[in-house]
Ligand binder design. Structure first.
Ligand code: RIB
Ligand code: CA
Length: 312
């Protein structure tokens, strides 16, 4: 059964690999549209980068929308220190020729969920949750129509990457995350606990480079750029490939294991803002709100990714 998805994203090299993975499997995934959000870099760049990626994939037909340009309640925090000034540093790709859609990304999410049968659309957020939360607040009727949300964000055992307590996507817009995590929509979370296990090791990147296509060349060039920051920080071989875990889960859920637990978002403390408070050990009787992933078959993930990228 083909998954109908909306990708909400803040490209970001790892977002780019996730989008390429999704577009490489049209037999399993139908991308109804891509909504850009401010995150790794400002919205004017994330919406442009999303179109660059679609053209690299040979899919200028994919509608790309600009969504929210700032979080619900805090000034925007960006991550140029990881992703570079453009958000896609590592290789210079041509400016997009495909147009940006006139419709606001939030309006696209609302209209699409209303136009399709309830329970048929999966939302795949890869950045801050501002667009999703704004859509839910603007049109509460769509919440029950969402099949599921599979998102990259949060951390528990792996702790934070932008503060000691918080992962970037949740930290940037904790109020939005709180709305999404309390929405009642079936939620699957890919936290740093799994993304830090899918490292871009030399052998894995050698296999991707060996594909020899323009797409593979771009993925390798992006990885060469963005892994430098995490390798220096964590002292490991390679860097985590965060966002493709969301798409890999749709294609091969057996690669991931986790627990259905209560996960709530810290929104008031300045010290722990954006922390995903995951009741991994079931020490409370709080309602279970998310399948929070804890482990992944890393080589299986890379075998899947490499096989799909080789289709371009
Ligand atoms: O913390 C990792 C997340 O933040 C990834 O989605 C990356 O693209 C950045 O958005
Ligand atoms: Ca991202």
């Amino acid at each position: 059964m083909t998954a109908k998805i909306i990708i909400d994203t803040d490209p970001g090299q790892d977002d780019a690999v996730a989008i390429l993975l999704a577009l490489a499997a049209p037999d399993a995934i139908e991308v109804l549209g891509i909504t850009a959000v401010a995150g790794n870099v400002p919205l004017n760049l994330t919406q442009k980068n999303a179109r660059i990626i679609c053209e690299l994939a040979g899919r200028p037909d994919i509608p790309v929308f600009a969504g929210c340009d700032r979080p619900l309640a805090h000034p925007l925090v960006t991550a140029e220190h990881v992703h570079g000034k453009t958000g896609l540093d590592g290789i210079a790709l041509p400016d997009p020729r495909m147009p940006l859609q006139d419709t606001h990304g939030v309006d696209f999410i609302i209209a699409t969920l209303r136009a399709h049968s309830a329970g048929t659309i999966t939302l795949c957020p890869l950045g801050p949750l501002t667009n999703i939360a704004t859509a839910f607040r603007t049109a509460p009727d769509i919440v029950a129509r969402v099949k599921e949300i599979v998102l990259m964000g949060g951390a528990y055992f792996e702790v934070g990457n932008i503060t000691p307590a918080a992962e970037f996507n949740i930290y940037v817009d904790p109020e939005a995350a709180d709305i999404v995590f309390k929405s009642g929509v079936p939620l699957t979370v890919m936290p740093l606990d799994v993304t830090h296990k899918v490292l871009t090791t030399r052998s894995r990147m050698t296999a991707i480079r060996a594909i020899g296509s323009p797409v593979a060349h771009a993925v390798a060039a992006w990885t060469d750029f963005f892994e430098r920051f995490d390798m220096a920080k964590y002292g490991q071989e390679g860097a985590p490939l965060h966002d493709p875990c969301v798409i890999a889960y749709l294609l091969a859920p057996h690669l991931f294991t986790g627990r259905h637990i209560n996960v709530e978002i810290e929104t008031t403390s300045s010290l722990t803002r954006g922390m995903t408070v995951a009741d991994w050990w079931g020490v409370t009787d709080r309602p279970k709100t998310a399948v929070f992933m804890g482990d992944v078959d890393a080589q299986g993930f890379y075998d899947l990714l490499t096989g799909c990228l080789a289709r371009y």
